[in-house]
Design a protein around this ligand. Structure first.
Ligand SMILES: [Zn+2]
Length: 110
């Protein structure tokens, strides 16, 4: 099992964006299994998650912001794409790097 790097010089921003746009729910599950991520919620130990999708849940896009990009008005700026999952039992929120999922998707599609 190979590990992708956030600093992989062979991936450019366009490739990462294109790969992220192709990610489906089943891919996220497959990625987490491939990376041996613990499926249990660290808060309540349940194993039932909802992957947040602003087009379905109608929530604001939740992305981690680099601290130096946050302005007083919280306007647009650089952000880290993240897969956001909410525990169906206790509401714990976990996030996985969109960059790593994208790099994994590119290798899967190659
Ligand atoms: Zn939980």
């Amino acid at each position: 099992m190979s590990k992708d790097s956030l600093d992989d010089p062979s991936l450019n921003a366009d490739q990462l964006t294109s790969a992220l746009q192709q990610v489906k729910l089943a891919d996220i599950t497959e990625f987490l299994i491939d990376r041996e991520a613990d499926p249990a919620c660290p808060s309540c130990r349940a194993n039932a998650w909802t992957v947040m999708d602003p087009t379905i849940q109608g929530v604001v896009d939740l992305r981690m912001r680099a601290p130096w990009t946050i302005t007083e008005s919280f306007g647009p700026g650089a952000a880290l794409p993240a897969i956001v999952m909410v525990c169906n039992q206790c509401g714990f929120i976990r996030q996985h790097s969109g960059h790593l999922v994208a790099a994994w998707m590119l290798k899967k599609l190659a």
